[in-house]
Design a protein around this ligand. Structure first.
Ligand SMILES: [Zn+2]
Length: 480
């Protein structure tokens, strides 16, 4: 393909801004465009004549017909942009030295492979070789994929197991990425997402947020929970490890948090309750990581200006330690249904298989817990415990009574209902279930590095920050 500028044969779209020189289309492209038009015309004629073809056949054929033109156009534009990129370090801006042109690299795009020649130079300030064109084109942090393919790989692999993701991608976007390649690229993007998350969290924690004018005081709700995934660290060493009597897998906690403003709860048109704006955190990097990520997410969701904060979770000790440590002013509430489960445990110990007695005993207690006070319920549990002879039932009841005493202050369900606050941690439990649907399938194992990368991609998607990772996904050509 000749790169010499020639008279424009195809007119540039009217939307091109006046200060940007209109890219000239070389003759080769014009010939290809004319050939594509003929191919489309032929396909259309064939479609009209074929009684056994519906519109789907034409859609498939037309997409195929334009593929070569799109690929050539993309290659031509990428090369022109590479040529126009200043020879400066993309990190520090320093002019590059020892520049040499003609470094070829092939990238997979949505329209097929393209090869471009780039200029490389040395940055004396960073002491690194740089290829500024790769940065300008969004290609530098990839194993050879265009930004659109990077985003497709990241989305597909964070939503589906890679074998399925690979098939779906080819079917929907015509992009061929074998499972192993797709997996590697998605994890690479996930690691990039982790670095960006660290930056954003740092910003949230240090930024003096411009105080907005608050018209109505609002409450921030933070909910925490955890689920586990199966990890395998020693890839390729399974047989050796087993011979030595070690099973090379283990379960690992994925800590999960969600945060929203109470006034951001609403209803769908069908009357189903929804939370309109909500932040999410998934991490397998331990409680410190959860605490930092969730705090940053809460700050982004208005924690700094909240009139009050409420933390809801089940009875897990780590939840309340974290809440005491990170949000000491927050009100704490035990999930109502977990409290009921513990009443059920007492009931079973007291009444065994006697279902009638069990029901008659538990019903008023659940009602009192919900509509009256925990103090009243605990008093009755204390009395039940006193009357029990020593044995397994007594041990169970004693343990559960201790649980109720420990969480008494977190069981203010009547006050919650009066204030219109949630009594339960349903939203975070639903989030955990969704995470498990993707990350905890039968026969699935995760590497300790790979799972955090994909979990991080999932949070970018859910938190509506995908465009910070892949800016082109927020770009709307129709409005440009
Ligand atoms: Zn530099």
């Amino acid at each position: 393909m000749t790169m010499a500028p020639t008279a424009p044969v195809l007119t540039a779209p009217r939307s091109v801004r006046a200060d940007v020189p209109t890219p000239l289309v070389p003759e080769a492209l014009a010939v290809l465009a004319a050939r594509t038009a003929v191919a489309l015309e032929t396909s259309l004629t064939g479609f009209l004549a074929a009684a056994d073809q519906n519109l789907g056949h034409l859609e498939t054929q037309a997409a195929h017909d334009v593929q070569a033109l799109l690929r050539a156009t993309t290659q031509r534009a990428a090369q022109a942009k590479a040529d126009a990129t200043p020879r400066r370090c993309p990190v520090c801006g320093q002019p590059l030295t020892r520049c040499s042109a003609g470094h070829a690299r092939t990238f997979q795009t949505r329209f097929g492979d393209i090869t471009i020649q780039r200029t490389r130079g040395y940055c004396k300030r960073c002491h690194k070789w740089r290829t500024p064109a790769d940065t300008a084109l969004g290609l530098e942090e990839s194993a050879g994929y265009s930004p659109a393919v990077q985003a497709l790989a990241a989305l597909a692999a964070s939503k589906l197991p890679v074998a399925e993701a690979s098939v779906v991608l080819e079917h929907l976007a015509g992009v061929k990425l074998p499972p192993a390649t797709l997996d590697r690229e998605a994890k690479r993007q996930g690691q990039r997402a982790q670095r960006l998350r660290a930056q954003l969290d740092q910003q949230a924690a240090t930024e003096q947020k411009q105080l907005e004018l608050i018209l109505e005081p609002y409450q921030v709700i933070i909910q925490l929970d955890a689920w586990n995934i199966r990890e395998r660290d020693a890839w390729g060493e399974t047989a050796t490890l087993r011979r030595r009597g070690h099973e090379p897998e283990r379960w690992h906690w994925v800590y999960t948090g969600t945060v929203f403003r109470l006034d951001h709860r609403g209803e769908t048109a069908g009357g189903r309750p929804v939370i309109v704006q909500r932040g999410y955190v998934f991490t397998r990097q331990g409680l410190d990581a959860l605490r930092d990520q969730l705090h940053a997410e809460a700050l982004r969701r208005g924690l700094g200006q909240a009139a009050s904060v409420l933390v809801i979770g089940d009875g897990a000790v780590w939840i309340w330690r974290l809440a005491d440590d990170r949000w000491p002013q927050a009100k704490q509430r035990l999930d109502f249904y977990h409290a009921v489960q513990h009443l059920v445990a007492v009931g079973r110990a007291l009444w065994g298989e006697d279902k009638e007695q069990f029901k008659a005993w538990i019903k008023p207690l659940v009602r009192q817990l919900k509509h009256e006070s925990a103090v009243k319920v605990i008093r009755q549990l204390d009395e039940a415990l006193v009357g029990l002879p020593a044995g397994p039932a007594q041990a169970t009841v004693a343990r559960e009574v201790a649980y109720f005493h420990e969480h008494q202050a977190r069981m203010d369900y009547r006050a919650a209902q009066r204030a219109g606050e949630p009594m339960a941690s349903g939203p975070v439990e639903a989030t955990c279930r969704q995470g498990q649907c993707r990350f905890k399938r039968p026969g699935q194992f995760w590497s300790t590095v790979g799972d955090e990368a994909l979990l991080c991609l999932e949070t970018f998607w859910r938190n509506e920050r995908w465009h910070l990772l892949f800016p082109h996904t927020a770009y709307d050509p129709a409005r440009n």
